[in-house]
Design a protein around this ligand. Structure first.
Ligand code: ADP
Ligand code: MG
Length: 370
């Protein structure tokens, strides 16, 4: 139970607080920050950036949505480091790469992405860029084939360390870090259980542990609608969807994503996301949604963790999530960065028990419940 509460804290809270301005940074980076509209650093940025600018390794814990990506990218870009960034998923690698392109634009830092599920061709070139971002499996793969020189990196970042453990990537991560042997490490994670801390200490015994916990809750309005079956759900969903409102619709299976898409495609512009789509299609669809070419994303739980699209105003659980944890992750896609969000969950009588449990938990956290 305690874990679930921690999880709620991690997901439902945003970490942005207006503090000091970004200062003493190069002209090129300052310009990129201005264009990104980053005026004040977030808490984790305020703590991590000065340390890393001095070349100190950090282990940073801050909630989802608190700006961890820029916390490590800003010092890397400012000092024009050769850096390796490990992320647990391909989507996150792309997301980090976009942020790096944005912030590294005027420093003319080259950005490479190395992820599985795409062809090898061209990845030898990616492997030579200043900042290389990728998933552990393919990084090791390219290193093994001699295309990636791990020893050239002066900085190594492990993003979402807790998820690296959850997903069983930690041996790969360890192998990569051993062979990279950089001058500075950054471990970034929403939660820091024992194993994460000892991994960081294994590579950097005197690492600074930075922790951000004074966070204001985000506002999410939780609504629960009882439904009678497929047709009833479709018609209620159609009532809720609006092409002008950025919405993620979650269903429980890949097959359902396709079936629902057939029902909706005539009336709405929709992007699809599930694990059976080829990687390049997944990236293209996610990018259309992020850029607002489509405003509805129809997805399995693939999109429920880590994906950050700032202006998602609504999450609709077309299928009741399988458990409370999944619910928390899904609804955490809205209400990002202190904006208001709405989470709507369809349920049938069969799911009533689970819905009660969810309502209880949300009430315990004094969030709005309806
Ligand atoms: P985390 O990795 O901690 O979950 P992200 O790095 O994905 O968080 O950042 C969440 C959102 O905050 C992104 O949309 C990012 O563009 C935005 N962001 C990051 N830093 C700042 C800042 N200093 N000012 C305003 N927005 C920011
Ligand atoms: Mg992140």
């Amino acid at each position: 139970m305690v874990e679930i509460y921690n999880l709620i804290d991690n997901i439902l809270n945003s970490g942005v607080e207006a503090c000091v301005m970004f200062k003493n940074l190069s002209e090129e980076l300052t310009k990129a920050l201005q264009e990104a509209n980053y005026v004040n650093p977030t808490k984790v940025q305020e703590l991590a950036i000065p340390q890393m600018l001095q070349g100190k390794s950090v282990l940073a814990q801050a909630k989802t949505g608190s700006g961890k990506t820029a916390a490590y990218l800003i010092p890397i870009i400012e000092k024009e480091e050769q850096a390796l960034v490990l992320t647990p998923t391909r989507e996150l690698a792309e997301q980090v790469a976009n942020e790096a392109r944005k912030l590294g634009k005027y420093k003319k830092m080259s950005i490479g992405v190395i992820i599985g599920g795409v062809p090898y061709s061209g990845q030898d070139k990616e492997a030579k860029k200043d900042i290389v971002i990728g998933t552990p499996g393919r990084i090791l793969d390219l290193w093994g084939k001699g295309y990636l020189d791990l020893s050239r990196f002066s900085v190594a970042i492990v993003d979402e360390v807790d998820r690296m453990f959850d997903m069983g990537f930690i041996d790969d991560v360890r192998m990569i870090l051993k062979n990279a042997n950089p001058d500075m490490y950054g471990f970034f994670s929403a939660t820091v259980p024992e194993e994460v801390e000892s991994l960081a200490k294994e590579f950097s015994p005197n690492i600074e542990f930075l922790k951000v916990d004074d966070i204001k809750p985000v506002e999410i309005e939780h609504l629960f609608y009882e439904v009678k079956g497929w047709r009833d759900k479709i018609s209620k969903l159609k009532d809720e969807l609006d092409d002008n409102e950025k919405t993620i619709v979650f269903v429980n299976t890949k097959k359902k994503v396709e079936e629902l898409y057939e029902e909706l495609r005539d009336d709405f512009e929709i992007s699809l996301l599930h694990g059976d789509l080829p990687q390049r299609v997944r990236l293209r669809n996610l990018s259309s949604f992020r850029r607002g070419k489509t405003n509805v994303l129809l997805s399995t739980d693939l999109a429920s963790r880590g994906i950050d699209v700032i202006d998602v105003t609504k999450v609709i659980n077309f299928d009741t999530p399988r458990d409370v944890e999944t619910y928390i992750h899904r609804v955490g896609r809205t209400g990002r960065m202190g904006r208001k969000g709405i989470a709507i969950t369809f349920y049938t009588r069969r799911d009533a028990q689970l819905i009660l449990k969810i309502k209880d938990l949300i009430k315990g956290k004094k969030l709005e419940v309806q």
